[in-house]
Design a protein around this ligand. Structure first.
Ligand SMILES: C[S@@+](CC[C@H](N)C(=O)[O-])C[C@H]1O[C@@H](n2cnc3c(N)ncnc32)[C@H](O)[C@@H]1O
Length: 246
């Protein structure tokens, strides 16, 4: 239900920045914002699934006019508690369908959040919605993991990816319907909390097809925000599609 997200609820929203502190590190956020600011140029930027404003507020700091779409009211409210959050207006809605007035030179969707759309139809709609917001020559950027199937132990559908004193993470894969459930247990303040998120993964080629359906052309595919080469060993990609100039 839009605006009442059962997953990114008030409890998750309150601890989101701490739980994802590594993503706020200057060495991660710096190159992210460098690339996005370059692509935005003098135009406006739209972040799909803006969350608590991790990227949008840093991009606004660079002087870019940023607007966000966010489904979870709790995440948007958490963002609103931050200094200068008012510089980034947030529209509560579904990124696959919600329209924001005006044209944008950049639409972006980071941190594998395209996978939060659980069907191919929703992901196709999201690409179409991104394209509908773009001015001719504008760019759509996604950052998303490569499906981790090569890490599946033979005979298992589980991938353990972290077991630290504060976090245990296990991904559960269903190769038949391209779905992945991420199980997280956080240990803090003497207690534990559990968070499960559901995803639909796709290979880069499927995203390229979604982009083609939305009349966008692939401009770049890098392994990360540092613009390093995407290779067979890459575990994620930053892909950039361009709306043809008219
Ligand atoms: C992993 S967080 C990423 C937040 C932010 N982009 C960042 O990089 O820190 C995923 C966010 O996507 C939002 N989200 C998930 N599905 C969405 C949808 N269909 N429309 C809009 N927001 C959505 C969630 O509420 C959550 O805030």
């Amino acid at each position: 239900m839009v605006g009442d997200d059962g997953l990114f609820d008030a409890v998750v929203a309150r601890t989101y920045d701490d739980d994802h502190a590594a993503r706020f590190a200057p060495e991660v956020l710096g190159p992210t914002v460098d690339l996005l600011a370059e692509l935005a140029g003098d135009g406006r930027a739209l972040e799909l699934a803006v969350g608590t404003g991790r990227v949008a507020l840093a991009l606004a700091d660079r002087g870019v006019d940023v607007t966000g779409i966010e489904r979870s009211r709790a995440m948007a409210e958490q963002m609103a508690t931050k200094p200068d959050a008012g510089r980034v207006p947030v529209i509560i809605g579904d990124m696959a369908a919600t329209r924001v007035a005006g044209g944008f030179s950049l639409v972006y969707l980071v941190y594998s959040t395209i996978t939060n759309l659980l069907t191919q139809d929703e992901q196709v709609a999201c690409f179409a919605n991104a394209a509908a917001h773009l001015l001719p020559g504008g760019h759509f950027v996604i950052e998303v993991g490569v499906p981790p199937l090569r890490r599946l132990p033979p005979g298992s559908n589980l991938i353990a990816h972290e077991a630290s004193p504060t976090h245990i993470g296990v991904d559960e894969i269903d190769v038949l319907d391209q779905s992945m459930t991420c199980h997280h247990t956080y240990l803090r303040d003497g207690g534990t909390s559990v968070f499960r998120s559901h995803h639909r993964y796709a290979w880069p080629a499927e995203y390229d097809l979604m982009a083609r359906l939305a009349h966008l052309d692939l401009a770049h595919r890098w392994a990360g925000w540092d613009r390093s080469a995407f290779t067979a060993e890459s575990t994620s990609h930053v892909s950039v599609w361009r709306k043809p100039p008219t």
